[in-house]
Ligand binder design. Sequence first.
Ligand code: HEC
Length: 219
Amino acid sequence: MDDRSNTFAGWVLGSGIVALGFSILSGMYFNPSEAEHEGEEKHYGYAVAVAESGGGESGPSLAELLAAGDAEAGKAVFAKCTACHTVEQGGKDGTGPNLFGIMGKPIGKHAAGFAYSSALSGHGGDWSWENMDAWLTSPRKFADGTKMSFAGLSKPEDRVNLMLYLETMGGAPAKPVAEEKPAEGDEAAEGEASEEGAVAEAEADQDAAAETEEATAAE
Ligand code: HEC
């Protein structure tokens, strides 16, 4: 009797491990291929994953990231751009246009004499923080047909730090401002917020809980 129930529990555990193995494998296969061919899809894949485990909110806002950003770190990120871009005042155009003072300028028109693609020069709008963030996420998605052959920066922090660095090189328009929100760890706000958090967490843990229940029931 005991032996049989142990065997049964073993099977349940075993199938759980197999299922886990599958999800790890599918993650391994899913990510690299998506990353190569559709950078954006991968990005959204992560965003969804974060939303599920974090309880509905999809990461910090651009304003929040900017408030925590670091121009000095952005200077290091700009190393990925220097093959094609100069950023100092009066710097030459290379494969790409000089970027001094680019923040806030009209899109695809900043460097007189640079031969922009019509995809970029015809885009319209200015290099606001939001537009620059979208461009740096995926140039191809922002301006389909652009001749900037750069895949994009997948980390929001890298994009934000880079933009803060660009701001030090010729200025930038006003930054987006974070909405008033109770600070995390604020005792007074905790009561209401924690209820939502608890529900979200419970939902996120559903799978794990179901597995545990199954295993417990089998014992
Ligand atoms: C392989 C070369 C290359 C790399 C690497 C590259 N760029 Fe570009 N960039 C270009 C080209 C070419 C254009 C013009 C695109 C067009 O006209 O469609 C451009 C355009 C731009 C523009 C628009 C400028 C304007 O005047 O409107 C910005 C901003 C920009 N790049 C930023 C960056 C940043 C930041 C990086 C690094 C993360 C980077 N680029 C990496 C080649 C490159």
